[in-house]
Structures are given as structure tokens and as C-alpha cells.
Design a protein around this ligand. Structure first.
Ligand code: GCB
Length: 607
């Protein structure tokens, strides 16, 4: 019933879809209520008549849209319901319900019947619901969503009932916490936004339809492709064309796989190295003269390769001037919003940036496609942030998420690498086999992109996995988590630490995080922590180290943490979220933004 959603939705002469975004009926169970809704078959009821029924926009996180801390901090099930009339004229089409991202666990019902369950946020999934629909009538789509995190989820969280702290006080038993109290703490530094976070589509396809397309095109103009069709069709019925950006046909062929060459292919380059030239691969499935299905996939001719020091794009050194980011904004949280995406990417270009990492989960498909068009390189990361334990069951789930991610984004020229995880506890011996299997899985399905992991808690001498990676990413916070206040040590410490990683592994290295919190308008001269000046000085000092590393050892990129302030759970080190943004959460520049912009623009010009 359920499959990874591979191809992005597309409207064309054969394909169409309904967008199911908008206001859905919404009911929240009480926090951690067990499975009350499932047990009482709320899927068979009409949620709109529930006492606590309200509406919730899709796509959006629900957390910040209410007025109670209960909804914001909710742990457990919430229910969404949407009624949709499906036209009779569509009854010959196959219908797929496609979710861009539901965080974390989803149970989907159509007309009260369970059609699928799905585990994990940030990646799309689709369900063939054709046989469950009533054509020419109203249909009810119900989604139960659970955001509980545990050691078995990815990312991992610590779900714990509070241990008994009963004390006998002069004959009376007193407990510190109320009966049934528990904590669910995500093992990561961002708010666990939940709900239906990306668009929902009802995709309408013909009986015989294109399921998957893979295209690999390199800097010499050579390419090969593969097409999967839902039922067996003859090779001659699959027609293949390639068009350039002006719509001129540059290749024609047929068959479910093939290879060829486009003479004089214009290459895809990241910003600053050339134009991000794109091509269109058109796959048509014919039944004699009749067109059965057609799909147009955007791709680019480009090669990613490595030396011992550098990432090369089209055989030229690529230096990443980048950002760690988040999908995060006021009110809708991690819910997709094209307004925020557009502002973010425009600002990234304003800085002179050419690259970002999808810290700490795969970002929306729309954003990756914009990277293709703008020439912004992307390191795509799985949702595995902060792994502490490495059991087999997590490994299988992690591999599935990695494969789903690669299958979704394999044709994007802007995606230059796969990041397996952020800051796993890879000093543990058992992490080695765990990561070995991930590297093999990624290489097994995509031989054209390097694989990396972002290291934080480990060092060059105790990490058990870094040698398995094609290149290495390291997060370092000298002057903040280490040696707070000693700004004049930062340069030397950063140089010392990263040169050791470089020397030991002899692989390209990107510094994927460095930085400091600052509260906008908090000014202190001489600087103290949380002032704009302090953040600005850390950034400058770290840049001195980067210049020396570039000169002596070679590094292949730098990424500030973070592009913008973002929401987190409550903790003593966070004041209404993490303030390491060089932009505020509403995307206004702090002092350090100008330092970063000067640097990125001058390095950008030098290339
Ligand atoms: C890190 C994490 C990132 C945090 C950051 C911080 O190393 O990768 O998720 O937000 O540090 O600010 O502590």
C-alpha cells in the first residue's frame, strides 16, 4: 500500500493532482493518553463533531498556533481530518495520496479504513488509495499523527516517566513530581515541531504510469538514464528526449535504460563558478500512437569528485561558503512556506554564499529544486541528529530514511553530497559497523556523490567511523562551549584541532559549524557573551584560523552556525531558542552578518 514518493508532483498533458492543503479539522488527544483515539476508532467518527474540535492549517506545525502550552508541548496523538469530493470524471485514474512530510509517525485512513502507516518526518510518502475512494462523492481523509520520540526513533529522544523520588517526611510520603509525570526530551537542539509539515496532494495518474526516473549526467556531456514503469511495457514504447534551457531538443532515444552524449553540453555550476545550466529529460510512455504517461525531469550535467584536500565540481576546486540552517519560522514552525524559503535563499545570495547543509533533516523538495535553479550547492542530511545508541533496529530505519532521501533527490545537480548524520556518539565501538552499513547503502544506490558525516562530540583520535567517509565535516565551538571568554585563543585552537583531523585522515574537510549566540541589540564593548560584539569577534577569529588552514592544510569549505535564530526546547542555555543566527528569527541582520558577508563576497570574487 505504501511506498516512498519518488517523483515530485507534476501537472502536464496526462498528469494532474488536487492540492489538499488548507484548513483541516483538528483534534488533539490529551498528552500521552496512550492510544485512546485508535482504540475508540476515531477514524470511524466525524472529528468535526468532537467537543474539542478545531481547525489546523496544512502545511504547518500545530505547536505554535494555539494559545496553550499544552498544545505547544503536546506529546502523543493529534488527529487531522479533511473531506474532499472527488469528481466522477476522474474515476478511471489511479489516485495516490501523497504527503510531503508528517512528523513523526502517521496512520492514514480513507473513508474510515486504515490505508497506511509511516514512520519519520521530512520525507514524502504516497499511498495508492484508488480502491478506497468514492468517485462523484465526498471522501473523508483522516491522519493520526504521533510525535513521541524514544531511543527507537530517528532522531532519538528520551521518553521517561519520572523516577520515583518519594521521600518519607515525618510519616508522610511526598513525591517531587505528580503521578504519571514524564519527560520527552529530543536529543537535539531544535524544537520538535509536529504535524503535517508539507503539502498533501491527491495525485491522479493513468493506469500505466512512470514510477521512477534516474539520470546521471557528467561534465563531459555523457549521460545514462533508467526509467521504471508501473507495468511491463516494451522498450520501444518508452520514448526519451532531452531539451536544453531554450527548449531545443538535443537528444532522442528510446527504452527503459540508455546512455548517450550531448555535444557541447552546458554544465551546471554552483554560483560564482559559472551558470547553473539545466536540461529537461522527457520520458513518454506510448501505447501505439497514444500517449499513456509523460514526465519531465530537470537535471544538469556536472561531476562531483574529490582529491585528498578538495571537493571538485566539474574538476575545478569548489570552496563551500555556506550555512547550517533550519526550516524554522514564527508561527508555522517547520511547516513549509514558500515565502520563508524565498527570503532565505535571497539572503543566502546576499551574503555571497554558494552552499548550505540541510541540518538536521532533509528540507522540502521545493527548496532543493531552487538550489538547482540558483546554483546553490546542497549537502543533504538524514534526520539522524545526535545519535547516542546504535542498535540494529535504528540502523534499519536509518538506512530506509537514507534510501528514501537519495531516491527523492538523486537527480538534483545541486545536491553534491549525502550527510549520514549530525554529531553521532561515534567514539562508541559499535558505531563503526552501523556507519559502515550506511556508507555501503549510499554508495550502493548512488556512486556519483560522496558521503560524509558531521562530527561534533568526537575527536580525530577517538572517532571510530571518520575513515569510512569520503570527506569529513566537523563542528567546533572554540570561544563558546570551549574556553568561553578567551577570544584570543580561538584562532590557535581551531587551527590545532582541524589540522589534526586533516593530517590523520587525509580527506577533504568542511567546518560545518562554528559560532556564538547573540541577542540583537545587546551591545557590550569590550564584548561579553551573548552580545553582538562577542559573536562578531568569534566569527572573525575563527576566520583567521580558516585562512591559515586553507594555506597550510587545505580545507574545502566553511559554514556558519547558524543562518538565523531558531526555536528550541527550554533549557538554561537557551533564551527563547538558539540565538547563533547571524540573522534574527525574523531574518534581520546582526553585526556578525556584515562580517560574514564581507568575507563571503571577497572569497566569492577571488574564485
Ligand atoms: C551543535 C549542533 C547544533 C546546535 C549547535 C549549538 O553542535 O549540531 O544542532 O544547535 O551545536 O548551538 O549548540
Amino acid at each position: 500500500h505504501i511506498g516512498r514518493a519518488i517523483l515530485a508532483v507534476q501537472k502536464n498533458e496526462i498528469r494532474t493532482y488536487d492540492v489538499l492543503d488548507g484548513l483541516w479539522t483538528f483534534v488533539s488527544e490529551t498528552t500521552n493518553s496512550g492510544d485512546v483515539g485508535l482504540q475508540n476508532q476515531w477514524n470511524a467518527a466525524d472529528l468535526a463533531y468532537f467537543d474539542n474540535a478545531t481547525v489546523m492549517p496544512v502545511p504547518s506545525a500545530y505547536n505554535d498556533l494555539g494559545t496553550s502550552s499544552q498544545l505547544r508541548d503536546h506529546v502523543g496523538w493529534v488527529w487531522y481530518e479533511k473531506k474532499e469530493v472527488i469528481p466522477l470524471r476522474d474515476s478511471t485514474l489511479r489516485h495516490f495520496l501523497r504527503f510531503g512530510s508528517v512528523n513523526y509517525f502517521a496512520v492514514v485512513f480513507v473513508n474510515s479504513q486504515k490505508v497506511a502507516t509511516h514512520t519519520g518526518g521530512h520525507l514524502p510518502f504516497e499511498i495508492d488509495v484508488t480502491s478506497k475512494l468514492r468517485f462523484g462523492a465526498e471522501n473523508k481523509i483522516t491522519v493520526a499523527v504521533n510525535n513521541t520520540l524514544s531511543w527507537a526513533t530517528i532522531p532519538q529522544g528520551d521518553f521517561n516517566y519520572m523516577k520515583s523520588t518519594d521521600r518519607n517526611v515525618t510519616g508522610r510520603i511526598l513525591s517531587r513530581t505528580p503521578a504519571g509525570a514524564f519527560k520527552d526530551i529530543g536529543n537535539f537542539d531544535f524544537f520538535n515541531y509536529a504535524g503535517i509539515l508539507r503539502s498533501v496532494h491527491l495525485v491522479k495518474l493513468p493506469a500505466v504510469y512512470i514510477q521512477n526516473i534516474h539520470i546521471v549526467a557528467d561534465h563531459t556531456g555523457s549521460f545514462y538514464y533508467g526509467v521504471a514503469v508501473s507495468s511491463n511495457v516494451s522498450d520501444s514504447s518508452i520514448q526519451v528526449k532531452i531539451f536544453d534551457a531554450q527548449g531545443r531538443q538535443v537528444y532522442q532515444g528510446s527504452g527503459s535504460k540508455g546512455e548517450g552524449r550531448v555535444d557541447g553540453a552546458k554544465l551546471w555550476w554552483p554560483r560564482g563558478m559559472g551558470d547553473p545550466n539545466l536540461y529537461t529529460l522527457e520520458i513518454a510512455v506510448m501505447n501505439g500512437e497514444e500517449l499513456q504517461d509523460i514526465y519531465r525531469e530537470i537535471f544538469g550535467f556536472r561531476t562531483v569528485s574529490l582529491t585528498d584536500k578538495q571537493i571538485l565540481i566539474n574538476e575545478k576546486p569548489f570552496y563551500c561558503l555556506g550555512f547550517g540552517m533550519h526550516e524554522d519560522f514564527e508561527l508555522h514552525g517547520r511547516g513549509f512556506n514558500p515565502v520563508v524559503m524565498t527570503k532565505d535563499l535571497n539572503l543566502l545570495e546576499w551574503f555571497g554564499g554558494n552552499c548550505y547543509r540541510t541540518s538536521h533533516y532533509p528540507y522540502a523538495e521545493e527548496r532543493i529544486a531552487e538550489g538547482d535553479r540558483r546554483g546553490i550547492a546542497v549537502i543533504l542530511e538524514t534526520p539522524a541528529v545526535g545519535l547516542k545508541g546504535f542498535p540494529k533496529s535504528n540502523n534499519l530505519l536509518h538506512i530506509k530514511m537514507l534510501e528514501d532521501m537519495i531516491d527523492r533527490d538523486k537527480n538534483h545537480p545541486s545536491v553534491i553530497a549525502w550527510s549520514l548524520a549530525n554529531e553521532p556518539q561515534t567514539a562508541k565501538k559499535e558505531s563503526r559497523n552501523y556507519f559502515k552499513s550506511l556508507v555501503e547503502a549510499a554508495h550502493g544506490i548512488d556512486k556519483t556523490r560522496p558521503v560524509t558525516t558531521v562530527y561534533g562530540p568526537t575527536n580525530f583520535d577517538n572517532d571510530q567511523t571518520a575513515d569510512l567517509m569520503d570527506f569529513i565535516c566537523v563542528n567546533r565551538y572554540y570561544g563558546w562551549y570551549i574556553d568561553m571568554g578567551y577570544l584570543d585563543w580561538v584562532n590557535q585552537s581551531v587551527y590545532w584541532d582541524l589540522s589534526l583531523w586533516r593530517e590523520k585522515f587525509g580527506k577533504p574537510l568542511i567546518v560545518t559549524e562554528y559560532g556564538a549566540d547573540s541577542l540583537p541589540g545587546l551591545n557590550q564593548e569590550p564584548s561579553v557573551d551573548f552580545s553582538e560584539q562577542y559573536q562578531n569577534e568569534i566569527v572573525k577569529q575563527t576566520h583567521h584560523a580558516f585562512d591559515a588552514l586553507r594555506r597550510d592544510h587545505g580545507i574545502t569549505g566553511e559554514m556558519i552556525w547558524n543562518f538565523a535564530d531558531f526555536m528550541t526546547g527550554m533549557s538554561t542555555t537557551r533564551a527563547v531558542g538558539n540565538h547563533k543566527g547571524v540573522l534574527t528569527r525574523s531574518r534581520q541582520a546582526k553585526m556578525a552578518a556584515y562580517t560574514l558577508r564581507d568575507r563571503y563576497q571577497s572569497l566569492f570574487d577571488q574564485r
